[in-house]
Design a protein around this ligand. Structure first.
Ligand code: PEP
Ligand code: CO
Length: 449
């Protein structure tokens, strides 16, 4: 049994400042909901969490590549079979491109089945002259700008649990029940993507895989095997609402260790990564693989303290540092972090989030990101790693399988005037299916080097 630092308990985070928690109007109701949640079954099994950690250990050594992606913020009203299927499809497509063209196994990790709580830069906002609590995600309040809608309601945490369970159930059915089988690679291409340049490139690649599988079958190599018929898909979200995470944290009966069973991987956001804060304290004691977002203000001393607290045994696969630095800062900030952590021999999965430091408001008033900036941050990320002799281990994207117009550019060159036509996000702008595929093709070129 692994022991977390000696004073850690499921509730020790309460002795530390917890930023970004909702102002729940009625603490008694919150306690009741959290108690109910603590009696419900875990959403994932510790054995699966350990599988993911072992795969991430490979990514830290360059033997696999992490693809983490999904909505900025999931919405209850969008938890439908078509939406879950389309997100899964595009992630499967991206993974197949990166595995086949890039030559590396890809770890598929959704920002899904629990990504319902959001940090905000301010507790309140002014809408039409009225000050309202900010929208903090569907697990806290509603996005509709009314006093009633914006009042935090703890029952939404229970609803979030059930929505996560329903999503996970369908993901498990799709990935185990034949939908993700490799002889269906061509079928994952979506109508609206097929006619695009990326759709055609994908179709060519899918045909090659199809031929390879048919060939194997013809010469008698069995293709009715899990490696062909099934896939492993993991879930993740930002561990923001510590009461919720605590309620889903359980002792694994097979090992006696603590795991946060709300998802396979959880991460700490840029706004809550204080070494002496409640989020870092809480996650220091569970054995899940964890992520920490690293923004441009983070220096090597902060990173070392985080490593010391979150991964004192230097276990490979335990810690993923997700850098979100922006095209202008990445080289300057990332270089010393890589140099020093390499010198110290720290085992880290370095993952690139090219979204969060490249956000701006377009002339039309939409919060957006430019595809060229996203690609540039990814390219720089690889280049800095190559220069330092370290391993670029993964990518973290806000993306959807839907045909949205939220980020500018890409092969079809979405322009400012088009943003309004299918701008569906309630939080940050996502890459659409075609833009996501384009990123996958570009990354494949870089991981095969
Ligand atoms: C996010 O991933 O949606 C997010 C809020 O990111 P960050 O913590 O990096 O700002
Ligand atoms: Co976001």
């Amino acid at each position: 049994m692994k022991t977390p630092h000696t004073e850690w308990t499921k509730t020790s985070w309460k002795n530390y400042p917890a930023l970004q928690q909702p102002n729940w109007p009625n603490p008694k109701e919150v306690d009741k909901v959290l108690n109910d949640l603590s009696l419900l079954p875990p959403l994932v099994f510790a054995g699966e969490i350990r599988d993911l950690k072992a795969m991430l250990a490979k990514a830290s050594r360059g033997e696999a590549f992490l693809l983490q992606g999904g909505d900025c913020s999931e919405n209850f009203s969008e938890v439908t079979a078509p939406n879950i299927r389309e997100t899964l499809k595009v992630m499967l497509q991206m993974a197949v491109v990166m595995t086949y063209a890039g030559g590396k196994p890809v770890i598929k990790l959704g920002r899904i089945a629990g990504q319902f709580a959001k940090p905000r830069s301010s507790d309140t906002e002014i809408v039409n002259g009225v000050e309202l609590p900010s929208y903090r995600g569907d697990m806290v309040n509603k996005s509709e700008p009314t006093k009633k809608g914006r009042t935090p309601n703890p029952k939404y945490m229970l609803k979030g649990y059930y929505m996560s369970a329903a999503t996970l159930n369908l993901l498990r059915a799709f990935t185990r029940g034949g939908f993700a089988a490799l002889h269906r690679v061509q079928a994952w291409n979506q109508e609206f993507v097929i006619k695009s340049p990326m759709g055609r490139s994908y179709d060519r690649l899918a045909k090659q895989i199809d031929q390879a599988i048919k060939f194997m079958n013809t010469i008698g190599i069995p293709i009715d095997i899990p490696q062909v018929n099934q896939t492993q898909f993991f879930t993740s979200h930002e561990a923001l609402l510590l009461g919720y995470e605590q309620a889903l944290t359980r002792v694994d009966s097979t090992t006696g260790d603590w795991y946060d069973c709300s998802a396979h991987m959880v991460w700490i956001g840029e706004r809550t990564r204080q070494v002496d804060g409640a989020h870092v304290e809480f996650l220091s004691g569970v054995l899940n693989p964890i992520g920490v977002k690293i923004g441009p203000d983070c220096n090597i001393e902060d990173v070392k303290k985080l490593i010391q607290k979150l991964n004192p045994e230097n276990e490979a696969g335990r810690l993923t540092l997700i850098t979100r630095l922006g095209t202008r800062n990445i080289e300057k900030v990332l270089t010393p972090l890589l140099r020093e952590t390499k010198k110290e021999g720290f085992n880290i999965v370095w993952s690139c989030d090219p979204m969060h430091a490249n956000t701006y408001t377009a002339d039309s008033g939409h919060k957006t990101r430019d595809f060229n900036d996203i690609l540039e941050e990814i390219t720089r990320f690889f280049e800095v790693h190559w220069a330092e002799g370290t391993i670029p281990g993964g990518i973290h994207l806000e993306m959807t399988g839907k045909n949205v117009t939220e980020c500018l550019g890409g092969a079809r060159n979405i322009v400012d005037e088009e943003l309004h036509s299918r701008y569906d996000t309630t939080c940050d702008p996502r890459l659409n299916a075609e833009q996501s595929l384009e990123v996958a093709f570009q990354i494949a070129e870089m991981i095969k080097k």
